[in-house]
Design a protein around this ligand. Structure first.
Ligand SMILES: [Zn+2]
Length: 99
């Protein structure tokens, strides 16, 4: 999930904000999606970023509705950045080189 909100150059919520309703912040779960009118709104938690729902996402069109102001959402996502690892960075050790 974190991969979905981090762009390859490390800008955390650019992708997220592109999908979102701009500066609209909804502390409580929205009743419906402003974009498509869908009523199934999911609460998205990001492990390591924030203990609880960080933002909302429409289950139909994936429109994102921020729960916190953009600056704060970015700050929370920064928390998770250090925890995120890319499996291709782990390296590969041949079995013959095992200790
Ligand atoms: Zn929608």
């Amino acid at each position: 999930m974190l991969e979905d909100v981090i762009s390859p150059d490390g800008n955390l919520v650019d992708n997220l904000l592109e999908l979102s309703d701009g500066d609209i912040v909804s502390k409580a779960r929205p009743n419906k999606c402003k974009r498509c009118g869908g009523v199934k709104i999911l609460g998205i938690e990001i492990m390591g970023a924030y203990d609880g729902i960080l933002f909302w996402e429409c289950d139909i069109c994936e429109n994102t509705i921020l729960r916190f102001k953009k600056e704060n959402t970015e700050k929370y996502l920064e928390n998770a950045k250090g925890l995120w690892t890319n499996p291709s960075d782990w390296g590969y050790v041949k079995p013959s080189e095992f200790n």
